[in-house]
Ligand binder design. Sequence first.
Ligand SMILES: Cc1ncc(COP(=O)(O)OP(=O)(O)O)c(N)n1
Ligand code: 3NM
Ligand code: MG
Length: 208
Amino acid sequence: MWPRRGLYVITPDETSTERLLARVTPVLGLAPALLQYRNKLADPALRREQAAALLPLCREHGVPLIVNDDWRLAAELDADGAHLGGDDGDLREARHAVGTEMILGASCYDSIERARRAADDGASYIAFGAFHLSGTKPGARRAQPSLLREAAALALPRVAIGGITPSNARPLIEAGADLVAVIGGLFDAPDPQAAARAYIACFEETHR
Ligand SMILES: Cc1ncc(COP(=O)(O)OP(=O)(O)O)c(N)n1
Ligand SMILES: Cc1nc(C(=O)O)sc1CCOP(=O)(O)O
Ligand SMILES: [Mg+2]
């Protein structure tokens, strides 16, 4: 059973596999709930190489590895899961192909309807955002915290994403976010490990 609450780390775009591992390792040491491999600059060969390199590191730290966009690559590498957005194929088909054990996350943006469909199609978690202006995705559609409350009825872990920092994470957790997914707030911080600790503290200090 994977952890249903906590920090969900997403990797920054990094073309050097060596640098990617060096950046991710200190954060993995803090045992975040999940790590997603996401790289919008990599071609398919580099994505395969980087996801394969992250897998033993994640296993060593007991952190499930989620591959962004590509459930086939996730299945081929025997990763723990995949994250699918609106352009990343059919969730129902993916669930049918990978079986019940693999974690399949779904982007629901600002839509409860999308979340209902994702739940029907076999999602393991539902992700909403962007809750704040995101440096990684400045054009991302914005979502309101009330959506997290509304989605409680779907009885799936709720992920909040988009411009989340240790300073603005608490109200989202109070509104129902089980996991907060972050890229820039961690990897653009002067000390990513300290930033990761600060996110983790938000969960320890927020009760609902
Ligand atoms: C946890 C999580 N939530 C949302 C996304 C965004 O997925 P998508 O809309 O497919 O956009 P890209 O990440 O592929 O640019 C995500 N990756 N992870
Ligand atoms: C990849 C992604 N998806 C989003 C959505 O709203 O679905 S926002 C986003 C960017 C997340 O990075 P940062 O923590 O740097 O804002
Ligand atoms: Mg995607």
